[in-house]
Structure formats: C-alpha cells, structure tokens
Design a protein around this ligand. Structure first.
Ligand SMILES: [Zn+2]
Length: 315
C-alpha cells in the first residue's frame, strides 16, 4: 500500500493507491508562511488521514510519494529551489519521513503527473510517452521504457524552456523564445488579446469570461463560429505548439504525446489540426514508427497517481 501526496502552493492532497485506483482523496491547506518543518508535519498527518479515510491500517502503508513544485533532487528527496515558498535545499523527504515514520520519495509535480498518466491514464498503452501540460506555463515529463526520465540530478525534462523562436519573446527563465511563451494558456491568452486589440470588430469579444477577461477558450470558441481573426489566433497557437512537439518527438520519439491542462479540453478541435502540423514535420515517418497525440484522462488526479507510483518504483 502506497500513499501519494500532491503538494501545491495553497493545498496538498493525498490518497492511497490500491489495486491501481486511488482511494478517497483528503486535502489540507498549506502556506508558504509555514516553516518547512511545519509543512512536513502537516503532510505526515495528511498521509495518516488518507490511510484512515481509505480504511487501511497505517501499518500496512509501505511508502509515501510526494509530487512537489520546484526543482527537486529526487535522489535525496530534497527541494533544491521552490521560489513560491522561498525554499532552498529543504530535505523534504527526510522531514516528512521523520513524522510519518515511513520511507518518503519526492519528485517534481510535473514528472509525477507524467508518470501518473503513463501508468494509469492516457499513456497506459505506451512504453514511451511525453506529457505536455498546457497551463500557466508548459510543464511536462518524459517516460521512456516505462520509466521516468529526469536527467542528471533530476534537472532535465524542462520541456517548456526549449527555444522555438530565436530572439523571440522574453521568458521568465531569462531566455527568449521559449516554447512556453507561445504554447501555454498564458501564451494563447496573450495572442488572443493582441488580436482583439488589432481587430475590435472580431467575434473574440463575444467569448470573454464573465469578468470581461480573455480566457484560453476565447479564441477556440470564436473560431468555431467562423470568425477569421479567431481562426488566425488558433492557427498561430497550434503552429507554435506543433513546432515544439515535433522537436520533442524528433529527439525522443515517444509512441505518444499526451496533452494535459485546461486547453486540452478542446479535444479534437485541438488534436486534429495539431496532428496536421506535427506529422509532416517528423523526421522519421509515422508509417514506420506510429505516433499519436492524445488528451490526458486523469485531470487533477494525475499527480496523485504519479506520486504514489514514483514511491512504488523506488521501494
Ligand atoms: Zn524559458
């Protein structure tokens, strides 16, 4: 019996992984104003609550896996850097293990989600898959031969910071033209806003959030109504997303790329044109090495599944 914990900036969730499914999820608020020691204590008691909620004696829990934001040294289970919480070199696995009295393993939250989708979600059919999460940034993880690929000192697989446009837009990481500047929900919103300013007559203005703001859905919805400006935004967005995906696929050649995050809810409206961009740009044809683009299926549970699976792979 393994417990997975998904640690976020505002809260942490936990559940047991039993026979390939998660038991009842339990949740707790977390805060960056707590010390790392206090957060570890909170997570340890959350793990006990998860076992209790599942009706599992805590003694049967073999290990705890945590998916954490930030740069993680997964070999030691330390959070090397998590700027939101101001954490530097926090020995998270060690601290949680002290209070939980179980072995604890930590990986990056994006890697955990990739592992979760690969083993329990959209990637179950594949040995090799890449999760690309389209959210505030572009996160993701790489699964090769059924195993998580983290790079040296788990510092790799930062797919959002692959440059797709040299001297392009400035990224939060300091480089210019990163994949996530164009392919994230933030990137799409930015492109939509620019198009709206240039073409106030377009139907984009009819698909705003109730607050009057542009969302990641605005351009897709207006495009479906036949608005040419919106269609242009969607085409540009998909071209950028496809550029990055084709790069990843040409280097790593997974059997599938799994799209997660809010924009993946567009389903075939996104997937169909995306395949038309990616497939002709593959160096080795998909007739020889079949390749698919699919949507994630686990939603917010991917990280919990993956955190538990990560611990399971380590014990
Ligand atoms: Zn970057």
């Amino acid at each position: 019996m393994i417990i997975g914990i998904d640690l976020g900036g505002m809260s942490a969730k936990a559940a047991c992984l039993r026979d390939g499914t998660l038991t009842k999820r339990v949740c707790v608020e977390t805060s960056g104003s707590d010390t790392a020691e206090e957060t570890a204590k909170t997570l340890a008691s959350l793990a006990r609550r998860a076992a209790e909620a599942a009706g599992i004696p805590y003694g049967e829990v073999e290990a705890i896996g945590i998916g954490s934001p930030g740069v993680i040294d997964s070999a030691s289970g330390s959070v090397v850097l998590w700027s939101n919480y101001g954490w530097r070199n926090v020995p998270l696995a060690e601290l949680v293990a002290k209070y939980a009295e179980k072995p604890v393993f930590v990986t990056n939250d994006a890697n955990a989600a990739a592992l979760g989708e690969a083993k329990f979600g959209a990637g179950m059919k594949y040995e090799d898959s890449i999760l690309v999460t389209l959210g505030t940034g572009v996160g993701g993880g790489i699964i090769m031969g059924g195993k998580l690929f983290e790079g040296y000192r788990s510092a790799g697989a930062e797919i959002g910071h692959m440059v797709i446009r040299q001297n392009g837009e400035l990224c939060t990481c300091g480089r210019r033209g990163c994949f996530e500047r164009y392919a994230s929900a933030t990137g799409l919103i930015h492109m939509t806003e620019t198009a709206m300013t240039g073409h106030p007559e377009s139907a984009l203005k009819d698909h705003l959030k109730p607050t009057g703001e542009v969302s990641g859905k605005t351009a897709f919805r207006a495009a479906r109504e036949g608005d040419p400006i919106a269609q242009g935004v969607v085409d540009d967005y998909i071209a950028a997303l496809g550029e990055g995906i084709a790069n990843l696929v040409n280097i790593l050649r997974p059997q599938a790329v799994i799209l997660g995050g809010g924009i993946s809810a567009e389903g075939e409206h996104l997937l169909k044109p995306l395949r038309e961009v990616v497939l002709p740009n593959l160096y080795v044809s998909d007739e020889y090495a079949p390749f698919e683009i699919v949507c994630a299926t686990l939603g917010n549970d991917a990280g919990l599944y993956g955190a538990a699976e990560y611990a399971k792979s380590k014990i």
